[in-house]
Design a protein around this ligand. Sequence first.
Ligand SMILES: O=C[C@H](O)[C@H](O)[C@H](O)COP(=O)(O)O
Length: 239
Amino acid sequence: MTSLVEQSKKLCAYKAVDVDLDPSKHRVIGIGSGSTIVYVAERVGQLANKSELVCIPTGFQSKELILKNGLTLGSLEEHPEIDIAFDGADEIDSELNCIKGGGACLLQEKLVGDCAKKYVIVADERKNTGVLGRHWRQGVPIEVIPSSYTKILLQLEKLGGKPTVRPGAPAKAGPCITDNGNFIIDCDFGEIPAAKVKELNDKLVSMVGVVETGLFVKMAQKAYIGNNDGSVTALAAKE
Ligand SMILES: O=C[C@H](O)[C@H](O)[C@H](O)COP(=O)(O)O
C-alpha cells in the first residue's frame, strides 16, 4: 500500500512536469534531489521526445535517477543555461523561500537553480507551512569547508542559532560528508519570518568557510504542493 504522503509526492511531481515542462521548447532540464523528485524524473522519462532532452543533476542521487529513467545526463559545465529545473524542498514559506538540504545536496541544487530560467518546487503538504523553521525543526543546513567548522559553530552561536554538525551515523562514524567533500552544519534559528530570510542568508554566506546555505531566497517561481486529499495546489511567486 502506498501511503497518502507518497501518493501526494507523485501527484505534485507529475503535475509540475505536465504543466510547466514544454517539450517543444525546453531542452535542458535540471533534476533536483530527494524523495519527491524521484517522480519528476519518472515523469520526464515518460516524455515521447526524451532523447532530445539533456538533464543536469544536482548530485549523486540525481545522476542515478536521470540514468535510471533513460534520460541523457549532461553537466553544468556544458550547459550553464538551464531551461527549467525541478526540485524538492524541506519547507516553503509564503514568498516561496525554501529551506533545502535535508539530503545534503544544497550546494549543487542552488547552482542548478541559479542557472535555471524557471525553477519549480515540488513538495507534499507538510512542507507548505508559510514560515520557514515551523515544520523543519532540525535547522537550516549550511555547507562548510571542513577545517572551518569550529569557527563557524562559534559564529552561529553568536548569531543566536543552535548549530550542530550533521552526523554521518548510523552509516558512518563522524560527520556527514557532502558530494563536494564538505561538512553540513544544521543551525536552528527558530521560525524565520519571510521578511528576514534574505538578511539571515546574507549574514551566513558572509562567514568565511561557508560554501552555501540551504536558504533558497526567492528562487522558485512556482511550487506544486501535493495534498493528502489527492489534490495539488499550485503556488506562484509574487512579482
Ligand atoms: O538535500 C536535499 C534536497 O534539498 C531535497 O530536495 C529536500 O531535502 C527535499 O527532499 P524530499 O523531497 O525527500 O522531502
